[in-house]
Design a protein. Sequence first.
Length: 193
Amino acid sequence: MSKVLLVSASPHKKGNTAQLIEECARVIGENGVATEIISLAGMNIVSCLGCGKCAKIGKCKKDDGLNDIIAGIKKARGFIVGTPVYFGTARGDLLSALQRIGMVSKSTDEFLSRKVGGPVAVARRGGHTATIQELLMFYLINDMIVPGSYYWNMVFGRKAGEVWEDEEGIKVIRRFAENVAWLVNTVAARAAG
């Protein structure tokens, strides 16, 4: 069975971003695709050093848990990231993780190529679109397939649970998750012959 790996970059394991990632996973599962959620909460992901060791050893030389995430991505057909928006941008640890994941992919077998996915952003007031644009650069430069939805993949909310009050945002996220599952199933069927 195909799988989508979802990463929540919230430092709060039950925060709005985590809840949206769980909703994405629920919808994807309802559409016949397995899911796995990983939380960056409690992890200490550091920035890429640009050392080039990944090209030689096939993984990142830093041992902070990111290689486990990379192993999960390699086994999955899809990859979704969700982040809260702090000061108009994605969380720094997520950007560090994505830069290192991209570096390992580009330096080895380009395992990200043609994986299906995209970003989800949560903010109290603004910065959503800048965050989505910032994260889309990771997907597009790594030859990934990004489905759309009814609007940008963004939801409003500050306190945990407030995202459910943004009915339009939830509808957008659910449609995005449906489209990820549809594409993963389509790609899997094509690969099967």
